[in-house]
Design a protein around this ligand. Structure first.
Ligand code: G3I
Length: 301
């Protein structure tokens, strides 16, 4: 193939980008998006603060713009995210206990129902595990509602949109470490008890090296019977950036259940990692060496 999306499709995968609704009027941005990608993740527009700015009043303006753009161009949409301790609306932040649990369930039901049939996969729960060596859950108001909040979130999403793939998504889980092993144990437990989980997202906000066990980590999750996806890829700039992108692509292609890759923005100037230039296109929209190595890796083999 001659584009990221077409080349990924030849390998039975998608290649997506995080997109901001506010940039859909930027012709350079939209030109690259429509030419190169075949999947979209809304960068912020489906989050709790965006979709339920006051309790029980739902707002889908930004998300709808992205979904409409995706549908008009034949792009798949990855939903991000139904339950996350960060970017809670201000009304939810002080909540706790059964009131917060009910608010979470109501939120998931409303959002997943609204987008039913339009989103191929949801990040049902995002970033619920702690950094460091504990392998345990992160403290948050959601966690304090009870350890079962994650499985309740997944069961609620399944009931609202039975056709969507339901994913758990996190960062610093790209190699085999205490955090990724904690998530691995949760997924194994969910599979054994019939909690509906279909996929695990590895954000892959990477520094100057890719963990040596990156592919092995994807594979061990796939071996539990879930799909795996690279969901928010960006890689520190420097002499290894192009090689590191290729390493990530090759790892995904080597794992049969790695179904797609999403980069977390289009041009370097679109990245949340301000000044780090971690993406595939320059701020003026030119292809970087990392673009070429990514495309070549998708086309290899
Ligand atoms: O929309 C408001 C705008 O009205 C206001 O004027 C402006 C002033 O600061 O803020 C705008 O909101 C910002 C929002 O992005 C939209 O641009 C928030 O402040 C800012 O915090 C928010 O950052 C996002 C961040 O998630 C929030 O945690 C980034 O764009 C987004 O790339 C980032 O994405 C996360 C993933 O969801 C989860 N994994 C990590 C990843 C990187 O942090």
């Amino acid at each position: 193939g001659t584009t990221l999306g077409a080349s990924a499709a030849e390998k039975g995968r998608y290649f997506g980008a995080a997109v901001s609704a506010g940039k859909l009027g930027d012709s350079t941005y939209v030109g690259i998006l429509n030419r190169e990608f075949n999947a979209i993740t809304p960068e912020n527009e489906m989050k709790w603060d965006a979709t339920e700015p006051s309790q029980g009043r739902f707002s889908y303006t930004g998300a709808d713009r992205i979904v409409s753009h995706a549908q008009a161009n034949g792009h798949k949409v990855r939903g991000h995210t139904l339950a996350w301790h960060s970017q809670e609306p201000s009304w939810a932040k002080p909540m706790e206990g059964s009131a917060l649990r009910s608010a979470m369930v109501n939120h998931i039901t409303n959002v997943a129902t609204y987008f039913r049939g339009k989103v191929f996969a949801w990040d049902v729960v995002n970033e619920a595990f702690a950094d460091g060596g504990s392998g345990g859950r992160r403290d948050s108001n959601l966690q304090r509602t009870g350890n079962d909040w994650i499985e309740v979130a997944f069961r609620t999403a399944r009931a609202a949109d039975p056709g969507a793939k339901l994913c758990y998504n996190d960062y610093n889980t790209d190699g085999i470490n205490a955090k990724s092993t904690g998530i691995y144990n949760m997924v194994r437990d969910f599979k054994s008890r019939g909690v509906p989980i279909d996929c695990v997202g590895f954000q892959s906000h990477l520094g100057t090296t890719v963990p040596g066990d990156y592919q092995a980590n994807l594979q061990r999750f796939a071996d539990l019977g879930v799909d795996v996806q690279i969901t928010e890829l960006d890689i520190a700039s420097g002499s290894n950036q192009a090689n590191n992108y290729a390493t990530v692509v090759k790892a995904c292609l080597a794992v049969a259940r790695c179904t797609g890759i999403t980069v977390w923005g289009i041009r370097d100037s679109d990245s949340w990692r301000t000044g780090e230039n971690p993406l595939l296109f320059t701020s003026s929209g030119a292809k970087k060496a990392a673009y070429t190595s990514t495309l070549n890796a998708l086309n290899a083999g």
